[in-house]
Design a protein around this ligand. Structure first.
Ligand SMILES: *Cc1c(COP(=O)(O)O)cnc(C)c1O
Length: 365
């Protein structure tokens, strides 16, 4: 195989995929209607339920995560949607709601921050909303929303909560059942450290009941179909089998690590990143974590650039040292760079990437 080597991925997606997981994709095809596939699907369910902390089926969608974001909107109860927007991905959720013809009201919060619960409550109280969209870990800013509190708040006002936990699940604690999340989804290429191309989601019983009554659900992203097929240990359509083979190997590894240990490893990597920015500041490099200390994601950090240096310049100088990090996203393109400290990385491995970032920042002075 020949391919350009981009270096080690600390991008906030896609993330570094281990060789063992890549190799699993070389297995031969199997019919997706048959006993072998159903056995594979059952193994995937075991692993995914462990990751999502749920007893519900976990839907396996051959799509990127955006597909299940759209599915959640299409199958949500009829009525206006409240979209909490605090960055590019939460803005995308609002755009999907509008694109699906929903009356959509946006509640904005400052980039880098999360919504004040009192503002959310005021919006929920002011008018009836059928559903509320929220991004758990806003990958464009590194801000982490308190989805347990938001779910409780939404339910108090009879509102269904749709959670994009694309850079949350498998890196940040998520208790799907305990927090009564109505719909929560992720993609394969973030903290699960799989190649891109799969999305995983869970619907509550109550979400499903509403979905069954929803008109115009379409077909490819019909959650009711996903549920019916999952009950039979199948997917509605031909799945990306090679990616499922990779997921089989990776979910077994995550199971062996234990989801609690995985969350702790992510917390340690985030802390190492925050500590590193403090040390840089002490050494006269004027950088900082964009998100406030009270609401920082354990999987991704947006770091503000020193004056006179752009995110793109930092990314390029880090790439020259063999590490792939992310530039700023959307409105924060020039002002920040982003490090994805998620997936199968360790604090020790991350330290090498941070050292490269420091060299890059010194070069800019
Ligand atoms: C990456 C990401 C998405 C989009 O995922 P795709 O797999 O590209 O569709 C959505 N939301 C968040 C928070 C993300 O980080």
């Amino acid at each position: 195989m020949t391919h350009p080597s981009f270096g080690t991925f600390f991008l906030p997606g896609p993330t570094e995929v281990r060789a063992e997981v890549l190799a699993a994709m070389l297995q031969p095809m199997m019919p997706h209607r048959g006993a072998n596939f159903e056995a594979l699907f059952i193994r995937l369910q075991d692993g995914l339920r462990h990751v999502f902390r749920t007893t519900r089926p976990v839907y396996v969608s051959t799509s990127s995560a955006t597909g299940l974001m759209e599915a959640s909107v299409r199958c949500a109860p009829a009525g206006p949607i409240l979209s909490l927007v605090n960055g590019a991905f939460s803005e995308r959720f609002a755009a999907i709601a509008r694109g699906c013809g929903r009356e959509t009201r946006v509640l904005d919060a400052l980039l880098g921050t999360v919504h004040d619960l009192r503002d959310v409550e005021a919006a929920l109280a002011a008018r009836q909303h059928a559903a509320m969209t929220v991004v758990h870990s806003e990958t464009s800013t590194g801000a982490l929303a308190d989805i347990a509190a938001l779910a409780a708040l939404a339910h108090r006002y009879g509102t269904t909560i749709l959670v994009d936990s694309v850079t949350g699940i498998a890196g940040a604690p998520v208790e799907t059942d305990e927090w009564q999340l109505d719909f929560v989804l992720t993609g394969s290429q973030k903290a699960l450290a799989l190649p891109p191309g799969l999305a995983f989601g869970v619907a509550s019983e109550s979400f499903l009941a509403h979905a069954r009554a929803a008109p115009d659900r379409g077909l490819y992203f019909d959650i009711v179909e996903f549920e019916e097929y999952a009950q039979r240990n199948q997917t509605p359509n031909t799945p990306a089998l090679s990616l499922l083979y990779a997921a089989d190997v990776q979910l077994a590894a995550i199971r062996a690590e234990g989801i609690d240990a995985r969350w702790m490893r992510h917390a340690a990597m985030a802390q190492a990143t925050w500590d590193w920015t403090e040390r840089c500041r002490a050494n006269g490099i004027d950088i900082g974590i964009l998100a406030p200390a009270s609401a920082r994601s354990p999987t991704v950090s947006a770091i503000t650039c020193p004056p006179g240096v752009t995110g793109g310049e930092v990314v390029k100088r880090v790439a020259d040292q063999g590490f792939v990090i992310g530039g700023g996203y959307g409105a924060l393109k020039d002002r920040t760079f982003r490090i994805g400290h998620m997936g199968d990385h360790t604090v020790a491995g991350l330290a090498n990437c941070l050292a490269a970032c420091e060299t890059a920042l010194h070069a800019g002075r």
